[in-house]
Design a protein around this ligand. Sequence first.
Ligand code: PLP
Length: 402
Amino acid sequence: MPPALPIYLDNHATTRVDPRVLEAMLPFFTESYGNAASRSHRFGYQAKSAVETARTQVADLLGCSAKEIIWTSGATESNNLAILGAARGQAKRGTHIVTLATEHKAVLDPVEALGSEGFEVQVLPVSGDGTLDLQRLESALRPDTLLVSAMAANNEVGVLHDLAAIGEICRRNGTIFHCDAAQACTIRPLPVRDLGIDLLSLSAHKMYGPKGVGALYVRRGRPKLKLIPLLFGGGHERGMRSGTLDVPGIVGMGAAAVLAREELPRVDQLRTRRDRLFDGIIAALSGVHLNGPPLDNRAANNLNLSFDGIEAEALLMAIRDIAVSTGSACTSATLEPSHVLRALGIEADRAHSSLRFGLGRFNTDEEIDYVIQRVAASVTQLRAMRPLYEDPEDPEPKWPLP
Ligand SMILES: *Cc1c(COP(=O)(O)O)cnc(C)c1O
């Protein structure tokens, strides 16, 4: 049976709300709709109790205490609160901030903003496959290095940094370690204590929960980690994030965290399906390049490919019934190659011919087979329309010249 169209393969951008998550959320719109800060009636208690259950569910996913979870509006806010809040709260301990060139803009932009507040920012380069040379990190750290921010899974090329090693390097140096894990918690375990992580950002809509909700793990205990809040007004979330809580959204994020834990062992199915996609495309086409690390060393749901002689935008048009992103995903408005592909040293031509496939929990083998066939047919057709394209592995042009 042919799969239903369109096919969604853009799970790095956002994920479908799992029906089990939606079901958990619904009563909190129309029945238990109290304000979690209302202490004088049952509506308020019910909301408060649901928020605290969800806090425990997210904490269980990270192996931390519920007291270490702060609700936010998403990973952008979590990253901003972690980076700006920790830097401003601890500026006396040092002013050197280190991050990586391949981080999400929601990390790079607040780090850059610190540069104009008197902090010294250092953005480390990565290797050609996007991995971080730990030696380079170690030698970048100084006695006054306050914070290192490094992500758990890259949203474009799926790099999985060695968090335990980064955590250990930071701990030895007395440096705060922030980790943007928005793409990671459905892909790899994140035991924050074992990994030496002090601050960790999550986003509900990247883990089959609703948009507009996120969480920040803030390590408790010594040495004390003080965050200066971004939002003031009522002192919610132990003063770190004021504002009425999105109770249905938070309940959804809690349910999504429970599912993330339960489904983690099934990540191998995702990987097998991703490998099926890669193998199928490679078997059908020549002149295809894998951007980023080898398949066995990247997020199980990620594939980023460049197609020789192809404009990614043209390919997107040709495969309209498949939802994917181009390599310039985050800056599509400007048509600039993405900063991540540039940081990997990928040339403009190859970056402009790149597609990002992001698989998810709901994809099927039938969908993958359809995608392989559509991509192969469309690339072949587009190349045939470009007589100057020559197959690098086949000196005789496969396509008849006009
Ligand atoms: C999506 C994403 C963000 C932003 O998360 P929002 O919840 O949409 O604000 C930050 N970092 C990474 C790695 C992401 O993939």
